[in-house]
Design a protein around this ligand. Structure first.
Ligand code: UAG
Ligand code: ATP
Ligand code: API
Ligand code: MG
Length: 498
Protein backbone atom coordinates (compact mmCIF):
# COMPACT_ATOMS: atom_id res chain seq x y z
CA UNK A 1 0.00 0.00 0.00
CA UNK A 2 0.86 3.71 -0.23
CA UNK A 3 4.17 4.83 -1.70
CA UNK A 4 6.00 1.60 -0.92
CA UNK A 5 9.32 3.08 0.18
CA UNK A 6 12.15 4.04 -2.13
CA UNK A 7 11.21 1.72 -4.96
CA UNK A 8 10.22 3.42 -8.22
CA UNK A 9 8.46 0.34 -9.51
CA UNK A 10 9.61 -2.99 -10.89
CA UNK A 11 8.45 -5.36 -13.59
CA UNK A 12 6.78 -8.63 -12.62
CA UNK A 13 9.88 -10.47 -13.89
CA UNK A 14 12.17 -8.45 -11.60
CA UNK A 15 9.94 -9.51 -8.73
CA UNK A 16 10.44 -13.16 -9.64
CA UNK A 17 6.85 -13.58 -10.82
CA UNK A 18 5.58 -15.25 -13.97
CA UNK A 19 2.11 -14.33 -15.19
CA UNK A 20 -0.16 -16.46 -17.32
CA UNK A 21 0.24 -15.63 -21.02
CA UNK A 22 3.71 -14.16 -20.40
CA UNK A 23 2.52 -10.66 -19.48
CA UNK A 24 5.18 -8.61 -17.71
CA UNK A 25 3.66 -5.31 -16.61
CA UNK A 26 5.41 -2.67 -14.55
CA UNK A 27 4.20 -2.85 -10.95
CA UNK A 28 3.70 0.37 -8.98
CA UNK A 29 3.03 -1.11 -5.53
CA UNK A 30 1.75 -4.09 -3.54
CA UNK A 31 -1.47 -4.54 -1.55
CA UNK A 32 -3.21 -7.39 0.31
CA UNK A 33 -6.33 -5.33 0.92
CA UNK A 34 -8.35 -4.35 -2.16
CA UNK A 35 -9.16 -1.01 -0.53
CA UNK A 36 -5.48 -0.08 -0.58
CA UNK A 37 -4.96 -0.78 -4.29
CA UNK A 38 -3.77 2.12 -6.51
CA UNK A 39 -3.11 2.33 -10.24
CA UNK A 40 -0.63 -0.31 -11.41
CA UNK A 41 -0.56 -2.19 -8.12
CA UNK A 42 -0.24 -5.93 -7.65
CA UNK A 43 -3.17 -7.11 -5.55
CA UNK A 44 -2.52 -10.31 -3.58
CA UNK A 45 -5.93 -11.99 -3.34
CA UNK A 46 -5.27 -14.37 -0.45
CA UNK A 47 -7.42 -17.15 0.95
CA UNK A 48 -8.62 -15.85 4.31
CA UNK A 49 -10.19 -17.20 7.47
CA UNK A 50 -13.47 -15.41 6.74
CA UNK A 51 -13.47 -14.86 2.98
CA UNK A 52 -11.25 -15.43 -0.07
CA UNK A 53 -9.48 -12.21 -1.07
CA UNK A 54 -10.38 -13.04 -4.69
CA UNK A 55 -13.91 -11.88 -3.88
CA UNK A 56 -12.47 -8.37 -4.01
CA UNK A 57 -10.63 -8.65 -7.34
CA UNK A 58 -13.38 -6.68 -9.07
CA UNK A 59 -12.84 -3.75 -6.66
CA UNK A 60 -9.07 -4.01 -7.06
CA UNK A 61 -9.40 -3.88 -10.86
CA UNK A 62 -11.69 -0.86 -10.64
CA UNK A 63 -8.99 0.86 -8.56
CA UNK A 64 -6.45 0.13 -11.32
CA UNK A 65 -4.70 -3.09 -10.23
CA UNK A 66 -2.16 -4.15 -12.89
CA UNK A 67 -1.66 -7.69 -11.60
CA UNK A 68 -3.46 -10.20 -9.41
CA UNK A 69 -1.60 -12.82 -7.37
CA UNK A 70 -3.81 -15.63 -6.10
CA UNK A 71 -4.26 -19.42 -5.89
CA UNK A 72 -6.24 -21.74 -8.18
CA UNK A 73 -9.41 -21.28 -6.17
CA UNK A 74 -8.98 -17.48 -6.30
CA UNK A 75 -8.50 -17.63 -10.07
CA UNK A 76 -11.81 -19.49 -10.34
CA UNK A 77 -13.62 -17.04 -8.07
CA UNK A 78 -12.27 -14.03 -9.99
CA UNK A 79 -12.43 -15.58 -13.49
CA UNK A 80 -15.31 -13.41 -14.64
CA UNK A 81 -13.83 -10.11 -13.47
CA UNK A 82 -10.39 -11.10 -14.86
CA UNK A 83 -11.80 -12.02 -18.29
CA UNK A 84 -12.92 -8.40 -18.70
CA UNK A 85 -9.52 -6.95 -17.73
CA UNK A 86 -5.97 -6.50 -19.04
CA UNK A 87 -4.44 -7.26 -15.63
CA UNK A 88 -1.77 -9.97 -15.39
CA UNK A 89 -2.73 -13.09 -13.44
CA UNK A 90 -0.21 -14.99 -11.33
CA UNK A 91 -1.50 -18.28 -9.92
CA UNK A 92 0.64 -19.65 -7.09
CA UNK A 93 0.26 -22.80 -5.04
CA UNK A 94 0.98 -20.84 -1.87
CA UNK A 95 0.24 -17.17 -2.66
CA UNK A 96 1.04 -16.02 0.90
CA UNK A 97 4.57 -17.39 0.53
CA UNK A 98 4.91 -15.93 -2.97
CA UNK A 99 3.80 -12.56 -1.59
CA UNK A 100 6.46 -12.79 1.13
CA UNK A 101 9.22 -13.38 -1.47
CA UNK A 102 7.78 -10.63 -3.68
CA UNK A 103 7.70 -8.11 -0.81
CA UNK A 104 11.35 -8.95 0.02
CA UNK A 105 12.40 -8.26 -3.60
CA UNK A 106 10.19 -5.18 -3.85
CA UNK A 107 11.70 -3.42 -0.84
CA UNK A 108 15.19 -4.75 -1.54
CA UNK A 109 17.10 -4.26 1.70
CA UNK A 110 17.11 -6.00 5.05
CA UNK A 111 19.64 -5.90 7.88
CA UNK A 112 22.59 -8.16 7.03
CA UNK A 113 22.38 -10.25 10.17
CA UNK A 114 18.89 -11.35 11.12
CA UNK A 115 17.60 -13.89 13.63
CA UNK A 116 14.04 -14.88 14.55
CA UNK A 117 12.55 -16.52 17.61
CA UNK A 118 9.38 -18.52 18.06
CA UNK A 119 7.65 -20.23 20.99
CA UNK A 120 4.56 -19.67 23.11
CA UNK A 121 6.23 -17.42 25.66
CA UNK A 122 9.46 -15.46 25.72
CA UNK A 123 9.73 -14.23 22.12
CA UNK A 124 9.72 -10.50 22.95
CA UNK A 125 12.14 -11.08 25.82
CA UNK A 126 14.61 -13.10 23.72
CA UNK A 127 14.47 -10.67 20.78
CA UNK A 128 15.02 -7.73 23.14
CA UNK A 129 17.97 -9.40 24.89
CA UNK A 130 19.54 -10.30 21.51
CA UNK A 131 19.28 -6.65 20.48
CA UNK A 132 20.77 -5.51 23.81
CA UNK A 133 23.71 -7.94 23.42
CA UNK A 134 24.44 -6.73 19.87
CA UNK A 135 24.23 -3.13 21.05
CA UNK A 136 26.75 -3.87 23.83
CA UNK A 137 29.01 -5.44 21.18
CA UNK A 138 28.89 -2.15 19.27
CA UNK A 139 26.46 -3.01 16.47
CA UNK A 140 23.50 -0.92 15.28
CA UNK A 141 20.71 -3.29 16.21
CA UNK A 142 16.93 -3.52 16.60
CA UNK A 143 14.32 -5.97 17.83
CA UNK A 144 10.95 -6.20 16.07
CA UNK A 145 7.75 -7.61 17.48
CA UNK A 146 4.98 -7.11 20.02
CA UNK A 147 6.58 -3.95 21.44
CA UNK A 148 7.26 -2.43 17.99
CA UNK A 149 10.69 -1.77 16.49
CA UNK A 150 13.07 -0.93 19.35
CA UNK A 151 16.74 -0.09 19.59
CA UNK A 152 18.80 2.03 17.20
CA UNK A 153 15.72 2.52 14.97
CA UNK A 154 12.24 2.87 16.43
CA UNK A 155 8.75 2.58 15.01
CA UNK A 156 5.38 1.27 16.18
CA UNK A 157 4.03 -2.06 14.87
CA UNK A 158 0.46 -3.34 15.11
CA UNK A 159 1.36 -7.01 14.97
CA UNK A 160 3.96 -9.26 16.57
CA UNK A 161 4.94 -10.49 13.08
CA UNK A 162 3.58 -7.95 10.58
CA UNK A 163 2.30 -9.08 7.19
CA UNK A 164 5.07 -9.16 4.58
CA UNK A 165 4.48 -5.76 2.99
CA UNK A 166 4.68 -3.94 6.32
CA UNK A 167 7.50 -6.20 7.52
CA UNK A 168 9.74 -5.63 4.50
CA UNK A 169 8.98 -1.91 4.37
CA UNK A 170 10.19 -1.77 7.98
CA UNK A 171 13.27 -3.96 7.37
CA UNK A 172 14.25 -1.82 4.37
CA UNK A 173 13.81 1.34 6.45
CA UNK A 174 16.04 -0.20 9.15
CA UNK A 175 18.71 -1.17 6.60
CA UNK A 176 18.57 2.36 5.11
CA UNK A 177 19.08 3.80 8.58
CA UNK A 178 22.28 1.74 8.94
CA UNK A 179 20.88 -1.09 11.07
CA UNK A 180 23.02 -4.18 10.51
CA UNK A 181 21.53 -6.55 13.10
CA UNK A 182 17.88 -7.40 13.79
CA UNK A 183 16.10 -9.93 15.99
CA UNK A 184 12.46 -10.54 15.18
CA UNK A 185 9.57 -12.43 16.75
CA UNK A 186 7.93 -15.16 14.69
CA UNK A 187 4.36 -15.59 15.92
CA UNK A 188 2.49 -18.78 15.09
CA UNK A 189 0.01 -16.71 13.02
CA UNK A 190 2.95 -15.13 11.21
CA UNK A 191 4.52 -18.52 10.47
CA UNK A 192 1.23 -20.17 9.44
CA UNK A 193 0.60 -17.26 7.08
CA UNK A 194 4.18 -17.28 5.71
CA UNK A 195 4.64 -13.63 6.73
CA UNK A 196 8.42 -13.94 7.29
CA UNK A 197 9.29 -16.39 4.52
CA UNK A 198 11.19 -13.64 2.64
CA UNK A 199 13.49 -12.84 5.56
CA UNK A 200 17.09 -14.09 5.31
CA UNK A 201 17.87 -15.61 8.67
CA UNK A 202 21.28 -16.58 10.07
CA UNK A 203 19.79 -18.24 13.16
CA UNK A 204 16.41 -19.11 14.64
CA UNK A 205 15.36 -19.78 18.23
CA UNK A 206 12.70 -21.84 20.00
CA UNK A 207 11.67 -20.97 23.57
CA UNK A 208 8.86 -23.33 24.61
CA UNK A 209 5.49 -24.72 23.60
CA UNK A 210 2.35 -24.57 25.74
CA UNK A 211 -1.28 -23.62 25.24
CA UNK A 212 -2.35 -20.42 23.45
CA UNK A 213 -4.19 -19.40 20.31
CA UNK A 214 -6.38 -22.50 20.07
CA UNK A 215 -9.01 -20.10 18.69
CA UNK A 216 -6.90 -19.83 15.51
CA UNK A 217 -5.06 -23.15 15.15
CA UNK A 218 -7.42 -26.11 14.78
CA UNK A 219 -5.40 -28.42 17.03
CA UNK A 220 -2.37 -28.38 19.32
CA UNK A 221 -0.48 -30.22 16.58
CA UNK A 222 -1.33 -27.59 13.99
CA UNK A 223 -0.07 -24.95 16.41
CA UNK A 224 3.18 -26.91 16.84
CA UNK A 225 3.66 -27.41 13.10
CA UNK A 226 3.17 -23.70 12.49
CA UNK A 227 6.04 -23.01 14.91
CA UNK A 228 8.21 -25.82 13.51
CA UNK A 229 7.96 -24.12 10.09
CA UNK A 230 10.53 -21.60 11.27
CA UNK A 231 13.12 -24.41 11.18
CA UNK A 232 11.73 -26.70 8.47
CA UNK A 233 11.01 -23.92 5.98
CA UNK A 234 12.22 -20.40 6.82
CA UNK A 235 15.70 -20.96 8.30
CA UNK A 236 18.05 -22.11 5.52
CA UNK A 237 20.04 -25.32 5.78
CA UNK A 238 23.22 -23.43 6.67
CA UNK A 239 21.41 -21.57 9.46
CA UNK A 240 21.84 -22.23 13.17
CA UNK A 241 18.95 -23.50 15.31
CA UNK A 242 19.07 -22.44 18.96
CA UNK A 243 16.65 -24.55 20.92
CA UNK A 244 15.48 -24.83 24.53
CA UNK A 245 15.64 -28.60 24.95
CA UNK A 246 14.26 -28.56 28.50
CA UNK A 247 10.91 -28.26 26.71
CA UNK A 248 9.82 -31.69 25.38
CA UNK A 249 8.76 -30.12 22.06
CA UNK A 250 12.17 -28.42 21.93
CA UNK A 251 13.72 -31.86 21.49
CA UNK A 252 11.41 -32.44 18.50
CA UNK A 253 12.49 -29.10 17.04
CA UNK A 254 16.18 -29.94 17.59
CA UNK A 255 15.67 -33.21 15.70
CA UNK A 256 13.85 -31.51 12.82
CA UNK A 257 16.63 -28.93 12.56
CA UNK A 258 19.38 -31.55 12.67
CA UNK A 259 17.57 -33.55 9.96
CA UNK A 260 17.74 -30.49 7.74
CA UNK A 261 21.48 -30.23 8.34
CA UNK A 262 21.27 -27.10 10.47
CA UNK A 263 23.81 -26.65 13.25
CA UNK A 264 21.93 -26.96 16.55
CA UNK A 265 22.88 -25.12 19.74
CA UNK A 266 20.95 -26.86 22.53
CA UNK A 267 20.15 -24.64 25.49
CA UNK A 268 18.86 -25.88 28.85
CA UNK A 269 19.56 -27.33 32.25
CA UNK A 270 19.92 -30.90 30.97
CA UNK A 271 23.45 -32.30 30.55
CA UNK A 272 22.58 -32.73 26.84
CA UNK A 273 22.65 -28.95 26.44
CA UNK A 274 25.54 -27.25 24.60
CA UNK A 275 24.84 -24.02 26.47
CA UNK A 276 24.02 -25.46 29.86
CA UNK A 277 22.52 -23.59 32.80
CA UNK A 278 24.25 -25.17 35.80
CA UNK A 279 23.22 -22.99 38.71
CA UNK A 280 21.07 -20.02 39.65
CA UNK A 281 20.97 -17.95 42.87
CA UNK A 282 18.31 -15.29 43.46
CA UNK A 283 18.28 -12.09 45.48
CA UNK A 284 15.95 -9.09 45.79
CA UNK A 285 17.15 -7.34 42.62
CA UNK A 286 18.44 -10.08 40.35
CA UNK A 287 20.22 -13.41 40.06
CA UNK A 288 23.59 -15.04 39.57
CA UNK A 289 24.06 -17.66 36.88
CA UNK A 290 26.59 -20.39 36.36
CA UNK A 291 26.61 -21.92 32.90
CA UNK A 292 28.87 -23.91 30.63
CA UNK A 293 29.68 -23.61 26.92
CA UNK A 294 32.29 -25.50 24.89
CA UNK A 295 34.05 -26.88 27.95
CA UNK A 296 34.28 -23.59 29.85
CA UNK A 297 32.30 -22.49 32.91
CA UNK A 298 31.02 -18.94 33.29
CA UNK A 299 29.60 -17.02 36.25
CA UNK A 300 27.61 -13.84 35.62
CA UNK A 301 25.19 -11.64 37.55
CA UNK A 302 21.98 -10.67 35.76
CA UNK A 303 20.14 -7.59 37.04
CA UNK A 304 16.89 -9.35 36.09
CA UNK A 305 14.01 -10.81 38.12
CA UNK A 306 12.71 -14.30 37.29
CA UNK A 307 14.46 -17.60 36.69
CA UNK A 308 12.90 -17.89 33.23
CA UNK A 309 14.65 -14.71 32.14
CA UNK A 310 17.92 -16.65 32.51
CA UNK A 311 16.60 -19.19 29.95
CA UNK A 312 15.63 -16.31 27.66
CA UNK A 313 19.01 -14.63 28.09
CA UNK A 314 20.91 -17.85 27.27
CA UNK A 315 18.72 -18.41 24.21
CA UNK A 316 19.44 -14.83 23.08
CA UNK A 317 23.16 -15.37 23.69
CA UNK A 318 22.94 -18.58 21.62
CA UNK A 319 21.27 -16.70 18.76
CA UNK A 320 23.92 -13.97 18.76
CA UNK A 321 26.68 -16.63 18.82
CA UNK A 322 24.84 -18.61 16.12
CA UNK A 323 24.73 -15.46 14.00
CA UNK A 324 28.51 -15.13 14.17
CA UNK A 325 29.63 -13.36 17.38
CA UNK A 326 32.44 -14.57 19.64
CA UNK A 327 30.99 -16.50 22.61
CA UNK A 328 33.26 -15.07 25.33
CA UNK A 329 32.54 -11.52 24.21
CA UNK A 330 28.82 -12.27 24.19
CA UNK A 331 28.94 -13.61 27.77
CA UNK A 332 30.79 -10.46 28.94
CA UNK A 333 27.78 -8.33 27.93
CA UNK A 334 25.23 -10.25 30.04
CA UNK A 335 25.66 -8.27 33.32
CA UNK A 336 24.67 -5.14 31.36
CA UNK A 337 21.28 -6.41 30.16
CA UNK A 338 18.22 -4.43 31.24
CA UNK A 339 14.61 -5.31 32.08
CA UNK A 340 12.35 -5.92 29.09
CA UNK A 341 9.48 -3.41 29.22
CA UNK A 342 6.46 -4.99 30.92
CA UNK A 343 8.21 -8.32 31.65
CA UNK A 344 8.87 -8.85 35.38
CA UNK A 345 9.26 -5.09 35.56
CA UNK A 346 9.59 -3.57 39.04
CA UNK A 347 6.91 -0.88 38.77
CA UNK A 348 6.69 0.47 42.33
CA UNK A 349 7.84 -0.13 45.90
CA UNK A 350 5.70 0.53 48.97
CA UNK A 351 6.95 2.46 51.99
CA UNK A 352 7.04 -0.88 53.86
CA UNK A 353 9.38 -2.35 51.22
CA UNK A 354 6.74 -4.48 49.46
CA UNK A 355 7.25 -4.61 45.70
CA UNK A 356 4.89 -4.40 42.70
CA UNK A 357 5.81 -6.12 39.43
CA UNK A 358 4.15 -5.80 36.02
CA UNK A 359 4.30 -8.81 33.71
CA UNK A 360 2.77 -9.79 30.34
CA UNK A 361 1.75 -13.32 31.43
CA UNK A 362 -1.44 -14.04 29.48
CA UNK A 363 -1.34 -17.83 29.14
CA UNK A 364 -1.78 -20.48 31.87
CA UNK A 365 1.88 -21.46 31.66
CA UNK A 366 3.08 -17.85 31.74
CA UNK A 367 0.96 -17.07 34.83
CA UNK A 368 2.46 -20.08 36.59
CA UNK A 369 5.97 -19.26 35.41
CA UNK A 370 5.76 -15.60 36.39
CA UNK A 371 4.48 -16.38 39.89
CA UNK A 372 6.89 -19.21 40.60
CA UNK A 373 9.71 -17.06 39.19
CA UNK A 374 8.89 -14.26 41.60
CA UNK A 375 8.78 -16.54 44.68
CA UNK A 376 12.53 -16.86 45.34
CA UNK A 377 12.93 -13.06 45.19
CA UNK A 378 10.16 -12.53 47.79
CA UNK A 379 10.21 -13.07 51.55
CA UNK A 380 6.50 -12.69 52.32
CA UNK A 381 3.20 -13.37 50.58
CA UNK A 382 2.59 -13.23 46.85
CA UNK A 383 -0.53 -11.48 45.54
CA UNK A 384 -1.70 -11.77 41.90
CA UNK A 385 -3.96 -9.53 39.83
CA UNK A 386 -5.06 -11.52 36.78
CA UNK A 387 -7.61 -11.37 33.95
CA UNK A 388 -8.08 -12.81 30.45
CA UNK A 389 -8.68 -11.08 27.13
CA UNK A 390 -11.99 -11.10 25.25
CA UNK A 391 -12.24 -12.51 21.69
CA UNK A 392 -9.31 -14.83 22.41
CA UNK A 393 -8.90 -18.53 23.31
CA UNK A 394 -11.65 -19.13 25.91
CA UNK A 395 -10.34 -22.46 27.08
CA UNK A 396 -7.26 -20.86 28.61
CA UNK A 397 -9.29 -18.72 31.04
CA UNK A 398 -10.05 -21.20 33.88
CA UNK A 399 -6.53 -22.58 33.47
CA UNK A 400 -5.11 -19.09 33.98
CA UNK A 401 -7.26 -18.73 37.11
CA UNK A 402 -6.07 -22.10 38.35
CA UNK A 403 -2.42 -21.24 37.70
CA UNK A 404 -2.90 -18.05 39.74
CA UNK A 405 -4.66 -19.87 42.61
CA UNK A 406 -2.00 -22.58 42.77
CA UNK A 407 0.94 -20.21 42.81
CA UNK A 408 -0.18 -17.04 44.65
CA UNK A 409 -1.40 -16.53 48.22
CA UNK A 410 -4.16 -14.13 47.20
CA UNK A 411 -5.75 -13.73 43.75
CA UNK A 412 -7.75 -10.77 42.45
CA UNK A 413 -9.57 -11.39 39.15
CA UNK A 414 -10.11 -8.35 36.97
CA UNK A 415 -10.65 -7.22 33.36
CA UNK A 416 -8.01 -7.41 30.61
CA UNK A 417 -9.20 -6.12 27.24
CA UNK A 418 -12.76 -7.54 27.23
CA UNK A 419 -13.10 -6.36 23.61
CA UNK A 420 -16.54 -7.39 22.23
CA UNK A 421 -17.33 -9.81 25.10
CA UNK A 422 -19.21 -9.29 28.36
CA UNK A 423 -16.43 -8.57 30.92
CA UNK A 424 -18.36 -10.23 33.78
CA UNK A 425 -18.69 -13.45 31.74
CA UNK A 426 -14.92 -13.52 31.07
CA UNK A 427 -14.23 -13.01 34.79
CA UNK A 428 -16.58 -15.91 35.55
CA UNK A 429 -14.59 -18.13 33.17
CA UNK A 430 -11.37 -17.19 34.97
CA UNK A 431 -12.99 -17.61 38.44
CA UNK A 432 -13.89 -21.20 37.55
CA UNK A 433 -10.20 -21.95 38.06
CA UNK A 434 -9.86 -19.86 41.24
CA UNK A 435 -13.21 -19.83 43.06
CA UNK A 436 -11.70 -18.27 46.21
CA UNK A 437 -10.38 -15.23 44.35
CA UNK A 438 -11.67 -11.70 44.92
CA UNK A 439 -13.48 -10.32 41.85
CA UNK A 440 -12.89 -6.64 41.05
CA UNK A 441 -13.89 -5.74 37.48
CA UNK A 442 -12.33 -2.27 37.37
CA UNK A 443 -8.61 -2.86 36.78
CA UNK A 444 -7.41 0.31 38.54
CA UNK A 445 -9.41 -0.64 41.62
CA UNK A 446 -8.12 -4.23 41.45
CA UNK A 447 -4.53 -2.91 41.42
CA UNK A 448 -5.31 -0.60 44.35
CA UNK A 449 -6.79 -3.53 46.31
CA UNK A 450 -3.75 -5.66 45.48
CA UNK A 451 -1.28 -2.97 46.57
CA UNK A 452 -3.31 -2.33 49.73
CA UNK A 453 -3.00 -6.02 50.66
CA UNK A 454 0.83 -5.86 50.72
CA UNK A 455 2.63 -6.12 54.05
CA UNK A 456 6.42 -5.84 54.55
CA UNK A 457 8.27 -8.37 52.38
CA UNK A 458 5.20 -9.11 50.23
CA UNK A 459 5.02 -8.71 46.45
CA UNK A 460 2.25 -8.13 43.92
CA UNK A 461 2.32 -9.44 40.37
CA UNK A 462 0.02 -7.60 37.95
CA UNK A 463 -0.29 -10.06 35.07
CA UNK A 464 -1.56 -9.80 31.50
CA UNK A 465 -0.93 -6.33 30.09
CA UNK A 466 2.83 -5.79 30.43
CA UNK A 467 3.79 -2.94 28.09
CA UNK A 468 0.22 -2.34 26.86
CA UNK A 469 -1.02 1.22 27.10
CA UNK A 470 -4.77 0.69 26.80
CA UNK A 471 -7.80 -1.24 28.00
CA UNK A 472 -9.92 -2.35 25.04
CA UNK A 473 -13.65 -2.34 25.87
CA UNK A 474 -15.91 -2.85 22.87
CA UNK A 475 -14.38 -0.81 20.04
CA UNK A 476 -12.86 1.78 22.36
CA UNK A 477 -9.32 1.70 23.75
CA UNK A 478 -9.14 3.59 27.05
CA UNK A 479 -5.66 4.73 28.13
CA UNK A 480 -4.42 2.31 30.79
CA UNK A 481 -0.92 1.44 31.95
CA UNK A 482 -0.38 -1.16 34.70
CA UNK A 483 2.98 0.30 35.78
CA UNK A 484 1.50 3.79 36.04
CA UNK A 485 -1.51 2.49 37.99
CA UNK A 486 0.84 0.67 40.36
CA UNK A 487 2.62 3.97 41.11
CA UNK A 488 -0.69 5.78 41.50
CA UNK A 489 -1.91 3.13 43.94
CA UNK A 490 1.30 3.26 46.00
CA UNK A 491 1.15 7.09 46.10
CA UNK A 492 -2.50 7.01 47.12
CA UNK A 493 -1.84 4.56 49.95
CA UNK A 494 1.60 5.70 51.13
CA UNK A 495 1.44 9.40 50.32
CA UNK A 496 3.75 9.94 47.36
CA UNK A 497 6.29 7.19 48.07
CA UNK A 498 5.97 5.39 44.67
C1 UAG B 1 -6.52 -14.17 12.09
C2 UAG B 1 -5.49 -13.56 11.18
O1 UAG B 1 -4.31 -13.70 11.43
N1 UAG B 1 -5.91 -12.85 10.13
C3 UAG B 1 -5.00 -12.34 9.12
C4 UAG B 1 -5.50 -12.81 7.76
O2 UAG B 1 -6.77 -12.29 7.61
P1 UAG B 1 -7.99 -13.21 7.34
O3 UAG B 1 -7.52 -14.49 6.75
O4 UAG B 1 -8.80 -13.32 8.59
O5 UAG B 1 -8.72 -12.27 6.30
P2 UAG B 1 -10.20 -12.28 5.79
O6 UAG B 1 -10.95 -11.24 6.55
O7 UAG B 1 -10.73 -13.67 5.73
O8 UAG B 1 -9.97 -11.70 4.32
C5 UAG B 1 -9.24 -12.44 3.34
C6 UAG B 1 -8.42 -11.50 2.52
O9 UAG B 1 -9.29 -10.54 1.90
C7 UAG B 1 -8.73 -9.27 2.00
N2 UAG B 1 -9.80 -8.26 1.95
C8 UAG B 1 -10.77 -8.22 2.90
C9 UAG B 1 -11.79 -7.25 2.81
C10 UAG B 1 -11.80 -6.33 1.74
O10 UAG B 1 -12.64 -5.46 1.59
N3 UAG B 1 -10.79 -6.43 0.82
C11 UAG B 1 -9.80 -7.35 0.90
O11 UAG B 1 -8.92 -7.39 0.04
C12 UAG B 1 -7.98 -9.29 3.34
O12 UAG B 1 -6.94 -8.33 3.37
C13 UAG B 1 -7.42 -10.71 3.36
O13 UAG B 1 -6.12 -10.76 2.73
O14 UAG B 1 -4.69 -12.29 6.71
C14 UAG B 1 -4.62 -10.85 6.69
C15 UAG B 1 -3.76 -10.45 5.50
O15 UAG B 1 -2.58 -11.17 5.45
C16 UAG B 1 -4.04 -10.36 8.03
O16 UAG B 1 -3.98 -8.96 8.02
C17 UAG B 1 -4.93 -10.84 9.17
O17 UAG B 1 -4.34 -10.48 10.42
C18 UAG B 1 -5.22 -9.78 11.29
C19 UAG B 1 -5.12 -8.30 11.03
C20 UAG B 1 -4.88 -10.06 12.77
O18 UAG B 1 -5.37 -9.37 13.64
N4 UAG B 1 -4.08 -11.03 13.11
C21 UAG B 1 -3.70 -11.33 14.51
C22 UAG B 1 -4.64 -12.32 15.19
C23 UAG B 1 -2.29 -11.85 14.50
O19 UAG B 1 -1.75 -12.17 13.44
N5 UAG B 1 -1.63 -11.93 15.67
C24 UAG B 1 -0.26 -12.44 15.78
C25 UAG B 1 0.26 -12.66 17.18
C26 UAG B 1 -0.63 -13.17 18.18
C27 UAG B 1 0.12 -13.48 19.47
O20 UAG B 1 1.20 -14.12 19.45
O21 UAG B 1 -0.39 -13.14 20.52
C28 UAG B 1 0.73 -11.40 15.28
O22 UAG B 1 1.74 -11.81 14.72
O23 UAG B 1 0.51 -10.21 15.59
N1 ATP C 1 11.00 -18.66 28.82
C1 ATP C 1 9.80 -18.49 29.36
N2 ATP C 1 9.10 -19.56 29.85
C2 ATP C 1 7.89 -19.41 30.37
N3 ATP C 1 7.24 -18.22 30.47
C3 ATP C 1 7.86 -17.13 29.99
C4 ATP C 1 9.16 -17.22 29.39
N4 ATP C 1 9.51 -16.00 28.99
C5 ATP C 1 8.49 -15.17 29.29
N5 ATP C 1 7.50 -15.84 29.91
C6 ATP C 1 6.21 -15.30 30.38
O1 ATP C 1 5.49 -14.90 29.21
C7 ATP C 1 5.19 -13.50 29.25
C8 ATP C 1 5.37 -12.90 27.90
O2 ATP C 1 6.75 -12.86 27.60
P1 ATP C 1 7.19 -12.31 26.19
O3 ATP C 1 6.49 -11.06 25.91
O4 ATP C 1 8.67 -12.30 26.13
O5 ATP C 1 6.60 -13.50 25.29
P2 ATP C 1 6.04 -13.51 23.80
O6 ATP C 1 6.29 -14.90 23.33
O7 ATP C 1 6.66 -12.43 23.03
O8 ATP C 1 4.47 -13.24 23.95
P3 ATP C 1 3.46 -12.82 22.72
O9 ATP C 1 3.11 -14.09 22.03
O10 ATP C 1 2.29 -12.23 23.39
O11 ATP C 1 4.18 -11.86 21.86
C9 ATP C 1 6.16 -12.91 30.28
O12 ATP C 1 5.61 -11.74 30.80
C10 ATP C 1 6.33 -14.05 31.24
O13 ATP C 1 5.26 -14.08 32.15
N1 API D 1 -0.80 -10.84 21.50
C1 API D 1 -1.69 -11.35 22.53
C2 API D 1 -1.64 -10.42 23.69
C3 API D 1 -2.67 -10.71 24.76
C4 API D 1 -2.57 -9.76 25.91
C5 API D 1 -3.73 -9.67 26.83
N2 API D 1 -3.65 -8.40 27.47
C6 API D 1 -5.06 -9.85 26.12
O1 API D 1 -5.61 -8.86 25.67
O2 API D 1 -5.55 -10.99 26.04
C7 API D 1 -3.09 -11.53 21.97
O3 API D 1 -3.53 -10.62 21.28
O4 API D 1 -3.67 -12.58 22.19
MG1 MG E 1 5.81 -11.00 21.87
Amino acid sequence: MAEQGKSQGKSLGELGLTAQGGRNPFIAGLAVDSREVRKGYLFAALPGTKVHGATFVETALELGAGAILTDAEGARIAADALSRSEAALIVAEDPRQTLAYTAALWFGGQPETMVAVTGTNGKTSVATFARQIWTELGFDAVNLGTTGVEGAYQAPLHHTTPEPITLHRMLAACADAGITHAAMEASSHGLAQRRLDGVQLKAAGFTNFTQDHLDYHATFDDYFHAKAGLFTRVLPEDGVAVVNIDDPRGQDIAELAAERGQRVIRVGRTPLADLQLQGQRFDATGQELRFGFEGKSHLVRLPLIGGFQAENVLLAAGLVIGAGADADRVFETLPHLGTVRGRMQLAATRANGATVFVDFAHTPDAVKTALTALRPHVMGRLVAVVGAGGDRDRTKRPLMGQAAAENADLVIVTDDNPRSEDPAAIRQDVMMGCPDAIEVGDRAEAILRGVDALGPGDALLIAGKGHESGQVVGDVTYPFDDAEQASVAVSALDGGMA
